[in-house]
Design a protein. Structure first.
Length: 202
């Protein structure tokens, strides 16, 4: 008899635990679905732009044919610029979420200054290393100019994306990163190879 009463007492507890577990699973699934719906439109949009940038890159096939080193430098150019912009996105989003958002002009000045200084320091290592491995002056010149331009452009794209997203009530953490990296990928290749085409002898 006592064992039967114990089972009856435990049943409500088990029922509450089962209900709580099911509710938590529903919350997790709902959260994943909401994040998926928020991210997919931006990823689809940026992917379509990247496809277009890949097609535009074929306009500069002659540059790569004349000096294949340009092709090897593209990941370095895009990667460093994207890293500069990614750090800016993380900083700005963190400040906005903590209620520490600064005036736009102040943020632009601080982030572009940091990007310029860090890129200049890295170029002090890159240029001697590129010369040591026999890279042409055209490749090195195009790389230096593009890295300085894109590092600052990445920071400006990142800041603009964050503040515009906030103004239209979109989470900057969801859209600012993809938009910034897409613009850098698009303009980076065109600027780098375009400068290379100008620097290469006719």
């Amino acid at each position: 008899m006592s064992s039967s009463l114990g089972v009856l007492r435990e049943d409500p507890v088990r029922a509450r635990r089962a209900t709580s577990s099911t509710h938590q699973q529903q919350i997790v699934v709902r959260g994943v679905c909401e994040r998926w719906r928020a991210r997919v439109p931006f990823l689809t949009f940026t992917f379509s732009i990247l496809c277009g940038s890949a097609a535009l890159g074929t306009l500069f096939d002659d540059v790569i044919e004349r000096d294949p080193a340009f092709a090897f430098m593209i990941p370095l150019i895009i990667g460093h610029s994207g890293n500069c912009g990614g750090q800016t996105v993380a900083t700005v989003v963190g400040d906005l979420r903590c209620g520490m958002g600064k005036p736009l002009l102040n943020v632009l000045w601080e982030e572009t200054f940091l990007s310029s200084v860090s890129t200049t320091l890295l170029l002090g290592v890159f240029v001697p290393a590129a010369l040591a491995v026999g890279a042409s002056t055209q490749v090195i010149g195009a790389s230096v100019i593009t890295l300085l331009l894109l590092a600052n452009a990445a920071s400006m794209f990142a800041i603009s994306s964050c503040y515009i997203a906030r103004a239209v009530s979109i989470d900057p953490a969801v859209c600012a990163g993809p938009i910034m990296t897409t613009l850098i990928d698009l303009f980076g290749v065109l600027v780098f190879l375009g400068i290379g085409k100008l620097l290469l002898p006719v």
